[in-house]
Structures are given as C-alpha cells and as structure tokens.
Design a protein around this ligand. Structure first.
Ligand code: ATP
Length: 445
C-alpha cells in the first residue's frame, strides 16, 4: 500500500486503539516527546530488545552485557563533552515564544511558526536533562540523566574486562533509557525526549579497527534484512563525508530507514578512535591503558567501533514496515467483503504469536487447556468473544501470525486448525505436534 504522510495518521490511530503506543499521561493532556507502550506495544518492545540482545550478545563469545545506572557521576559528561557541547543552535521567536533548531529553519531570521522577524540570533542550547542528587538543590549536587547509554560502558571498561577475563578485541553492550531535551519532538516516537538505545562498543587495536568497522556494518545490515525482514529498498547506508566526521573519527555511517515522512536514522555505526577512553583517562586521572600481551606487552588505549541503535525508532520502523491493508477473501471467513488491516510482523517479535480460539463457548474448557500448554513457550492469547471471522480480523490487526482454532472435531481427532495470517491458509495440526510445529514456524517466519 501507499505509505505517504496520511499513512502515519492510520498507524498512530491503530497504535492507540490497539494499545501499542500512546501519549504519556494522556489524561493530563500528555507531555510533548514522551510516549507510553500499552500491552501489545510492551510485548513487541521486549521481543525486539531480546532479539537484538540475542543477536549482539548471547550468540557471540566476544560481546559482554552491562546494565549501568541512568544517573552517573557528572564528570562522565564533562569528559564526554556533553556538558560543554552537546546541543543544537536555537532561535527563539520573541513574538510567539516558540523555539526552533536553526539547521531546520528555511531562514534563520524568520520564525517558521508565525512569520515574525523578531527572532534571536542562533544560540547554543544544551540537550542534557538536569536533576539534583541529595537534599541540596545547588550546582554542587547537580547531576544529569544520561544522554546516551555508551558513556558508562567506557567508564566501566576495565571492570567488565577483568570480571569477564577478556582480551582485545571484545565488545560491551547495553540497552536502556536515554534522555535528551529535544527542542522539537516530532514524527510520533521518532524524536522523543525519553527513549531507549541499544548500543555496543567494540574495543580493539587501532590496526584492526577498520576491519571491525566493516564487519559490524555487515552484521548490522544482516540483522535488519534477515531478522527484521526489511527490504533492501527500505534501507540506506549513508556514509559521513570527510567534512561531517567528528575530528577523532575515522569513519561513520548512518543506517537510514524509509519512513512515511522521509528517510530517518535508525542507527549509527561509528569508528570513534581512542577519543572516549583517552578523555575518561584524562578526566578520571585513572590509568585506562590496556596491556597488549599478544604484541610484546605494549600499552595502548583501545580503539572503539560503536553500533548505536534506537529501540523506539526500530519499533516505529517495524510498525511502518508491517502495517498493510488488503482485499483478502474475507467472505471465506464469514465476513463481509472489506479491506483487511494487517500487521505483517515477523513471528519472532509479534506481541501475540499464537491465538487460541475455541469455535464455540462449549469448547472453552479443552481449548483453555491447550492455551495453558502453549503459553509458557509462545506469547499467546485466549480469545472467545465474537464470531470466528471477527476474531481473525482482530488478530490480523495486532500481527498475530498463527490463529489456532479449536472446533467440535478437535474433541474427536485431537487436532486443531492453524490459520496463517498472511496467506489466510489453514492447516490441520495434531495437538500433540502443535508446540513443535509452532516453534518451527516461528523460526522460519
Ligand atoms: P539525530 O541526528 O536523529 O538526532 P543522533 O545522530 O543524535 O540522531 P545518536 O546520538 O547517534 O543519534 O544516537 C543513536 C541512536 O539513538 C539514533 O540512531 C536513534 O535511533 C536513537 N535516537 C537518538 N535521538 C533520539 C530521539 N530523540 N528519539 C528517539 N531515538 C533517538
């Protein structure tokens, strides 16, 4: 289907209606840039996070996990440069009191909201969110919500290395919340003020670093294509040109997704040189060198290659990719001919992987037993209300890949009908085989 700007309205409305994503504190009018995940959204988010974690950490012997705090010693942010530099150039309108990023304005002397020329010169605005630790609210007790998940990884590098008995090269990964006081939150969850990141910092020697950079680029592409099933035409690898690179970086690429509102960054892969570790050595006064026993005991500051993805942006891309409408043969399932709304989610991340549907109220008891058998292994739902056609439609809208119908025949043949979301085809499967069958299907879809 056509995925233009009006598509976003449909998606935002589905997300709210079906309990995927809605405004935070909605009864109070919401809060700009903050979003809550409802029951299906939570299930999807956890599944995507787990898939990333499995791909990046659990299935590799050279990447370790970390779960650091959101509030850290503020010196971390001094060392990383966030306190001094992390910001955008902003223009304030003196008339309508709106604030705009100067790089997003057509003309920095004209307010894009009201057209007034009564605007300030562009000035720097820091994006770090500030708080205070302890009972005294003064500058000595100021602290910050982390603006990215990677800085504590650098600070904890040696503790992790020693505990995990690791030699270079190896990586440390973490998933968690990050906070940025974005000036202009927009495009649904794309630019939020509170969001989750999935980051992995890979520590290696300078000589090997470009090979690792290319390796991670290829791995991350594989993840989006093979696991999330994005099309090649939905992704763009946008290399940073020499003028766009940070002064310490050797190479960087943005992985962009074709959103209905235009191309937008999903993930950055950055060669960060020795910048981060050198800065933390300088600001902490600790020796953060690594003793390279494989190379004549030389001492070095590890070079870092980073993969930094946004979890909320991934979810948004997944939903944009998955939402579809078709004119399936709905009559066959006892419904009037109509447009069918369907989320074509990969089975591994669908919030409900199998819906157990008794055909009649009388069959509830044995069907519920089947649900209890299946639900420890698959995200399942037991749905008894409405005609079977309506229940299929409801499951299509939330992306359930397999509807398992328990009918009167099931009592005799100990089998159920599995209906596939995309093809709407049905198969008869023995109940004793069902778990095995679903496991194979989830792995393949
Ligand atoms: P942008 O240019 O869009 O502001 P960035 O280059 O500042 O992003 P990074 O600092 O590289 O982003 O952060 C890594 C990832 O974190 C991004 O690719 C994105 O997926 C996610 N991310 C960053 N800022 C936000 C935000 N405000 N809301 C949601 N996700 C974000």
């Amino acid at each position: 289907m056509e995925k233009g700007p009006e598509f976003m309205e449909k998606l935002v409305s589905l997300c709210k209606r079906k309990g995927f994503i809605f405004q935070s504190s909605e009864i109070y009018g919401g809060l700009n840039g903050f979003w809550d995940y409802g029951p299906y959204g939570t299930a999807l988010k956890r599944a995507v996070e787990q898939m990333w974690w499995n791909y990046m950490v659990e299935s590799r012997s050279n990447v370790e996990g970390l779960d650091s705090t959101i509030i850290c010693n503020p010196k971390i942010w001094k060392a990383s440069g966030h306190l001094d530099k992390f910001g955008d150039m902003m223009v304030d309108c003196r008339e309508c009191k709106t604030r705009h990023r100067s790089d997003q304005m057509e003309d920095v002397k004209t307010c894009p909201a009201c057209g007034s020329k009564n605007v300030t010169e562009p000035r720097e605005f820091n994006l770090m969110m500030k708080t205070f630790v302890g009972p005294v609210f003064d500058e000595d007790h100021a602290a910050y919500l982390r603006a990215e998940t990677c800085q504590p990884i650098f600070a904890d590098f040696h503790l992790v290395r020693i505990a995990a008995r690791k030699k270079l090269p190896f990586g440390i990964a973490q998933v968690g919340k990050a906070f940025r006081n974005e000036i202009n939150p927009r495009n649904f969850t794309f630019r939020s003020r509170e969001f989750s990141q999935m980051e992995m910092e890979f520590f290696c020697t300078e000589e090997e670093s470009m090979n690792w950079y290319e390796y991670w680029k290829a791995e991350r592409k594989k993840y989006y294509i093979d696991l999330l099933k994005f099309g090649e035409d939905e992704l763009k690898f946008q290399d940073h040109g020499p003028g766009e690179l940070a002064h310490y970086a050797k190479a960087a690429v943005d992985i962009e997704f074709k959103f209905p509102f235009g191309w937008g960054e999903l993930e950055g892969i950055h060669h960060r040189g020795t910048w981060d570790m050198s800065r933390h050595q300088e600001f902490s006064g600790e020796n953060l060198e690594y003793l390279d026993q494989d190379n004549g005991n030389r001492k070095l500051i590890p070079t870092v290659v980073e993969t930094s993805a946004g979890l909320d942006r991934s979810i948004l891309a997944i939903l944009c990719h998955a939402y579809d409408e078709d004119m399936a043969d709905t009559k066959k399932e006892g419904m009037e001919e109509d447009v069918r709304a369907v989320l074509r989610l990969p089975a591994r991340i669908a919030p409900v992987q199998a819906a157990i549907l008794p055909l009649a109220k009388k069959l509830m008891e044995p069907a519920e037993k089947l649900y209890k058998d299946i639900s420890p292994f698959f995200r399942s739902e037991f749905d008894v209300t409405g005609s079977i056609g309506k229940r299929y439609r409801r499951q299509d809208e939330i992306g359930t890949p397999f509807c398992v119908t328990f009918d009167f025949e099931s009592l005799n043949d100990n089998a159920v009908t599995v209906r596939h979301r995309d093809s709407m085809e049905q198969e008869r499967i023995s109940m004793t085989e069902l778990s095995h069958y679903l496991a194979k299907q989830v792995m393949a879809n």
